[in-house]
Design a protein around this ligand. Structure first.
Ligand code: WQD
Length: 338
């Protein structure tokens, strides 16, 4: 079938694109290349056969969306396009509400006008806010996300829930990602952050490749076994396959569904550093720094619902994630500019 991928040239979108092609789907990509790269699309097409049509544009452009739906027999939409830098969202909240919330509303309206009601939405574990009890299940109380980025994702979840309540034709899957990392094992596609990476693994990778002198460990006085923050790192290929499973499930399940996509295991910052050192086979320079404002001590998923409903579970662990991420980084030290 034909699938629309908004943000298909980004980190997660490009891996999902590859999985869609491998599953035999035709894919229409809409991307404004503000954070994704045309080179990612070229490389995906070097890894898999199949039909990709690319539209360069903005998800807030209703006329463009109308043209795309008129031109292609789209049956499902996987919606990745959006802004995702937590710190930037604090400095520029309106951009986040405009693109993430406004863009999603415009997309949903265009879908309804075209009679397309199957949607998979990229959400985040940030919607749980700061919680004492781990693991997080989809029924855990929602917290206050610590940034406009997290709030914008939670708002879209609510918009989509309301839409499903109002119109029974909708099938919506909300995927709450934990901490995506890793790359396709070919080393051809991967994460290519613009500017200084905000997240642990991409930052550590740039230290390992010599682009940055050392990693700062943000606090070692958290109530965790080694005092550093614990997260549920999930391989981007596992995450990508979760999207296909959700999309298939939605074909015969209407309504609003939420699934955590995580491994169910937390790893500390020091465990990630040790894992990096095994992969690069030398010490990784790091220093202790103060806590980062807004960070929580720990966050990991209960992924049981996705296993029960979708038959999906993450199969790749931290070592494989770091090895695959490192292959991409070592082969492409400057990302897609290399
Ligand atoms: C992980 C751990 C840090 C950087 C955020 C968003 C989430 C999602 C992913 C995206 C924490 C520590 C980090 C560094 C460090 N967003 N750390 N030194 O904060 O769990 O999640 O990014 O689309 O919604 O909230 O991920 O990778 O930034 O941090 O010590 O240089 O690593 O304190 O414990 P986080 P992260």
């Amino acid at each position: 079938m034909t699938i629309l991928l908004t943000g298909g040239a980004g980190y997660i979108g490009s891996h999902v694109l590859l999985c869609c092609l491998e599953a035999g789907h035709a894919v229409v990509v809409l991307d404004d290349f503000s954070n994704g790269s045309p080179e990612a699309l070229t490389r995906v097409q070097g890894l898999a056969d199949g039909q990709v049509t690319t539209w360069h544009g903005d998800i807030r452009d209703a006329a463009l969306l109308e043209r795309i739906f008129a031109r292609h027999p789209i049956e499902a939409v996987l919606h990745f396009a959006g802004l995702k830098a937590v710190g930037e969202s604090v400095a520029n909240p309106l951009a986040y509400y405009d693109v993430n919330v406004g863009g999603s509303v415009t997309l949903a309206r265009a879908m309804a006008a075209a009679g397309v009601f199957r949607l998979v939405f990229s959400s985040t574990a940030a919607v749980y806010g700061d919680q004492a009890q781990m693991p997080l299940t989809e029924t855990s109380a929602l917290g206050q996300p610590s940034s406009p980025y997290g709030c914008s994702k939670l708002m879209v979840e609510q918009v989509l829930a309301d839409l499903c309540a109002a119109d029974p034709r909708w099938s919506v899957g909300v995927l709450r990602y934990f901490n995506p990392a890793g790359a396709h094992p070919s080393g051809r596609i991967g994460e290519d952050p613009r500017g200084v990476p905000a997240n642990l693994i991409p930052y550590a990778m740039q230290v390992a490749v010599g682009r940055r002198p050392e990693l700062a460990v943000f606090g070692n006085d958290y109530p965790t076994p080694d005092g550093t923050g614990m997260r549920d790192y999930i391989h981007v290929m596992d995450l990508a396959l979760g999207h296909l499973a959700a999309m298939e499930h939605l074909a015969d399940h209407t309504g609003h569904h939420i699934w955590n996509l995580g491994t169910g295991r937390g790893h500390s910052v020091l465990e990630v550093i040790r894992g990096m050192e095994r992969v690069i086979n030398r010490p990784l320079p790091w220093k202790l720094a103060p806590r980062r404002p807004g960070d929580t001590a720990q966050c990991w998923a209960d992924p049981a619902r996705a296993a029960t409903d979708l038959g999906w579970r993450a199969t790749r662990g931290l070592d494989e994630m770091l090895a695959d991420h490192w292959r991409w980084q070592a082969q492409n030290p400057e990302g897609y500019q290399s």
